[in-house]
Design a protein around this ligand. Structure first.
Ligand SMILES: Cc1cc2nc3c(=O)[nH]c(=O)nc-3n(C[C@H](O)[C@H](O)[C@H](O)COP(=O)(O)O)c2cc1C
Length: 463
């Protein structure tokens, strides 16, 4: 049987998320990101196309690495202005029944205690359809606004993330026993005081003595997503993530990242397929190959060269303003996304990129490849990608909001369904149940399960 394909939508509460300049296209709706209808319309399109979820990216800083200035970011609207991702979720949840929501927040910018409450609240309101994309944040500009004169180093950010997760597991999994809420009107007892435990966490980065302030939500711990692809990032992912987002410009690079992640999962005692891997990609499609190619050419004419290099500079931490268009791109180690330049420079030795080529590449659809063609052509290519790289699905970036997703739902989804490689309906339950056909809560083998009261009690007995 052919391998199944899953779709996620890649969005952000801003303008022209991964396609700088495309907001100028007459059919683009991303300028409406401030309106609830923008989000509710999107959610309805995606649910019609049986997308697993919408992944809301986020940054809390400005892309000011390019020319060491915020000028290009603001002029080209490169992920700025950017609104809060969590707040659009309840509106989307209210008009859908199944769509999942993968929300990005950074361990560098919010204390785990209030964050635990914000996610539990969303998990309650969505009836268990929430995921969390765990990021450590690559923009130094964000750290400065939170009072840090220097950004914490790349690897230490992951050390902090390790402890951040420990605090959250204690709050989400360990604080409230499953029968702590009695809500008995006769006796007047709402919660059994003896079954709600202060977590008493004392660590290197965080001290949290108290209880989780929310009662357990349908999933307790939201579905955990992660997108770090450096060695340290992959180790963190293999210890925590249930879904992993990757981004690379070629099949060769994608295949090598996937192989390395699956190996890391094995090294951490996990089934290599216990995490679903979604690769970033965009689709331009229409009734025929010719029409799709014409559409793509037209989209390219709106892409912004400086906008693309503003993104690339922010992601990589390297100021690309200092280079000429025909200079070759080389790997430079920074404290930003270490895996990014690696995926261009080292992963595929047969391909040498110039600055201009990367700018043109990123200008339409961001870091991932763009597949262009009729439903048949694109479906063939998607299936080939899945076969060749061992991914589980695609994290689809839009080129035109919401046109790109509407086209995917109208053309590509029915073609994949006809080939029996794409779901025809959602399964019931929470996001975790839908994704893994398992329990609403973290599986017993997961790191987070060690913090459940019964596990902690039995470990204490052994000691
Ligand atoms: C597809 C994809 C989406 C990402 N989305 C975000 C995001 O929304 N916000 C963010 O701060 N980092 C984001 N990142 C960056 C990663 O979470 C991670 O911090 C970064 O890749 C640095 O880690 P690394 O050097 O281990 O790759 C994303 C990365 C990828 C590949």
């Amino acid at each position: 049987m052919s391998k199944q394909i899953r779709f996620n939508a890649f969005e952000m509460n801003c303008i022209a998320h991964q396609s700088p300049g495309l907001w100028r296209h007459p059919q683009d709706r991303s300028r409406e990101y401030k309106d609830l209808e923008y989000w509710t319309d999107l959610a309805k399109i995606l649910e019609k196309g049986i997308f697993d979820g919408v992944f809301l990216a986020d940054v809390l800083g400005i892309y000011d690495v390019y020319h060491q200035s915020a000028e290009h970011a603001l002029t080209c609207a490169v992920q700025v202005p950017v609104n809060d991702p969590l707040q659009v979720v309840p509106a989307m949840a209210a008009v859908t029944q199944h769509l999942g929501f993968g929300v990005t927040t950074s361990i560098s910018f919010e204390h785990p205690y209030p964050f635990a409450r914000r996610m539990s609240t969303l998990d309650h309101l969505t009836k268990g359809r929430v995921g969390w994309n765990i990021v450590t944040s690559y923009l130094a500009s964000g750290s400065k606004n939170l009072g840090l004169s220097n950004q914490v180093s790349h690897d230490e950010r992951y050390d902090i993330a390790d402890e951040y997760l420990e605090v959250l597991y204690k709050l989400w999994e360990g604080s409230w026993e499953s029968d702590a809420v009695i809500a008995d009107k006769k006796s007047g007892i709402f919660a059994d005081f003896h079954k709600v435990h202060p977590i008493q966490h004392k660590g290197k980065y965080f001290d949290v003595p108290g209880i989780h302030i929310c009662e357990p939500s349908p999933q307790r711990t939201p579905v955990l997503y992660q997108a770090g692809a450096s060695g340290r990032g992959q180790t963190f992912a293999s210890q925590n993530a249930e879904c992993i987002f990757i981004a690379a410009p070629s099949k060769i690079a994608t295949k090598s990242i996937v192989k390395s992640i699956r190996q890391k999962l094995i090294e951490n005692g996990r089934d290599p397929y216990s995490a679903k891997i979604y690769a970033l990609l965009s689709i331009v499609t229409d009734e025929t190959d010719q029409k799709a190619q014409r559409k793509f050419k037209e989209y390219q004419s709106y892409a912004s060269y400086d906008g693309a290099l503003t993104l690339l500079s922010g992601w990589s931490g390297v100021d690309f303003y200092q280079y000429q268009a025909h200079d070759k791109v080389e790997y430079i180690q920074t404290d930003a996304i270490q895996s990014l330049l690696d995926s261009y420079v080292n992963a595929d030795p047969n391909r040498i990129w110039t600055i201009e080529e990367i700018a043109n590449w990123i200008g339409v659809g961001g870091n991932g490849p763009v597949l262009v063609g009729s439903a048949q052509t694109v479906a063939d290519e998607l299936q080939q990608w899945v076969e060749d790289t061992d991914i589980d699905g695609f994290n689809l970036a839009y080129i035109l909001a919401h046109q790109t997703f509407q086209d995917v739902v109208d053309f590509i989804v029915p073609e994949l369904q006809k080939r029996e490689v794409y779901p025809k309906q959602y399964s019931e339950g929470t996001l975790r149940e839908k994704l893994f056909h398992a329990d609403a809560h973290l599986p017993d083998w997961h790191r987070g399960a060690n913090y459940r009261p019964q596990t902690v009690a039995s470990l204490k007995k052994v000691v």
